[in-house]
Design a protein around this ligand. Structure first.
Ligand SMILES: Cc1cc2nc3c(=O)[nH]c(=O)nc-3n(C[C@H](O)[C@H](O)[C@H](O)COP(=O)(O)OP(=O)(O)OC[C@H]3O[C@@H](n4cnc5c(N)ncnc54)[C@H](O)[C@@H]3O)c2cc1C
Length: 133
């Protein structure tokens, strides 16, 4: 289900999904209500263009809410970019000496488990070296 009439994903990913017979697309819609006894059983789907509500039997949802880094609390002390991502150097140190940052909150190209874990190692080793010095 998607709130717009088109997707913003990579073209090849869209095509792959569209060619998968197990996937149905419900465009320009959102879930207006979840219901069920003890577990999810039904959803009410609202068409955002017409306002029409339809019901669908469903036993699981996977919600993608977008991406907003939770960096508000650092705003006054650590330099963020225009998307509120933390700016770090190659040692993962922020503009504040001795303060390191790792993971998805950082300004970077790829956000994956492996890049977050690698960041953690790099930041921790550099923090250790900083303390040692
Ligand atoms: C829908 C989805 C699917 C994904 N699929 C994949 C995949 O298949 N493979 C892959 O490699 N990566 C995938 N990723 C990316 C991967 O999940 C992230 O890159 C990775 O989890 C980043 O790790 P992190 O520790 O930086 O951040 P997170 O895992 O987001 O951890 C940050 C933690 O900080 C906590 N937190 C936030 N604010 C505060 C606060 N003020 N005080 C205390 N705690 C706070 C949060 O609750 C959270 O637990 C996916 C991401 C999403 C959203």
């Amino acid at each position: 289900m998607h709130q717009f009439d088109h997707f913003q994903a990579f073209e090849h990913a869209i095509k792959e999904a569209q060619n998968n017979p197990k996937i149905d697309f419900i465009m320009e819609s959102t879930i207006a209500e979840f219901s069920g006894k003890g577990a999810l059983e039904d959803v009410k789907i609202k068409n955002l263009k017409t306002g029409e509500i339809t019901e669908k039997k469903i036993d699981g949802v996977f919600i993608l809410i977008g991406y907003v880094p939770n960096t508000e609390i650092f705003k006054e002390i650590i330099k963020l970019n225009e998307r509120d991502e933390i700016i770090v150097n190659e040692n993962l140190e922020t503009n504040l000496s001795g303060v390191f940052s790792a993971g998805d909150a950082n300004a970077k190209k790829y956000r994956q488990i492996t890049t977050a874990v690698a960041d953690g190692t790099i930041a921790a080793l550099n923090a250790m070296e900083y303390l040692h010095d």
